[in-house]
Design a protein around this ligand. Structure first.
Ligand SMILES: [Zn+2]
Length: 251
């Protein structure tokens, strides 16, 4: 944690000015530990904005290496990073942006074997993955460890975001029970516009800051959806499912 100095006051001045933040809120952010699972299209804006906001410890999980086809949307990586582990490439950019913060990298997939230990070191998780099993895994561990997680999904010109806080509203498995069919469209079959991931990732970063500071109204119990092609957004109310295999039997 950095000592407060003129430099920190200047760096974070636009945060500190915000209602509900102030110096105390900024200190809280600097003491916060957030895990970002995935450093791709969503992970890029999430990590950039959380690092810039001064989240004191950022964990990055990703097993992939930077590929040319990533650069159209994964803006934390550059042409010079091709072939480099994504977490390394991302960590370099984040430390260049803000050396106050600590970046911890996990260049491996999140698995049943390591998820409890990795998530155990953080207070909030941002899901920036692109697959159902990992989201289910994050949900199960976060529910067990009573930690909030911010879900985001993008496809083609559409995206959705929701915040899950154990004990407050539904969990991911209340809404998404079964793995999508193998024939369901994915970003590798029908594409994704980079800016769509930018919009959804930015909302996830904003939700994370709100939850950490306990300000505003988080997207709990309502799914925010947006179609950028038609430029229409909506909010769908979602309730807890008493038969949910993850949160159903407890309160
Ligand atoms: Zn549930």
């Amino acid at each position: 944690m950095p000592a407060w100095g003129k430099e920190q006051l200047k760096r974070y001045s636009r945060n500190i000015l915000l209602a509900g933040v102030g110096v105390a809120g900024q200190q809280k952010l600097l003491n916060s530990k957030v895990l970002i699972v995935g450093t791709g299209g969503l992970g890029s804006p999430v990590a950039f904005y959380l690092a810039a906001a001064g989240i004191g410890t950022l964990g990055l999980v990703d097993a992939d290496k930077v590929d040319l086809s990533n650069l159209q949307r994964q803006i934390i990586h550059s042409t010079l990073d091709l072939g480099k582990p994504k977490v390394e490439s991302a960590a370099e950019k984040l430390q260049a942006l803000n050396k106050d913060i600590k970046v911890v990298t996990y260049s491996r997939p999140l698995t049943k074997e390591n998820a409890e230990e990795i998530i155990g070191g953080y207070q909030l998780v941002v899901d920036a993955t692109d697959n159902f099993p990992t989201r289910q895994l994050i949900n199960g561990v976060c529910f067990k460890q009573r930690k909030p997680f911010i879900y985001g999904g993008v496809l083609a010109m559409q995206g959705q975001v929701m915040t899950f806080i154990p004990g407050r509203g539904p969990c991911f498995s209340c809404i998404f029970r079964n793995e999508p069919s193998k024939n369901a469209p994915t970003t590798s079959t029908i594409g994704i516009l980079g800016a769509v991931a930018g919009v959804i990732g930015s909302i996830q970063a904003s939700e994370a800051v709100k939850v950490l500071l306990n300000i505003g109204v988080p997207l709990v119990g309502r799914m925010f959806t947006i179609n950028l092609l038609e430029m229409v957004s909506d909010q769908i109310e979602v309730r807890r499912d008493v038969y949910c295999p993850v949160c159903g039997s407890s309160d």
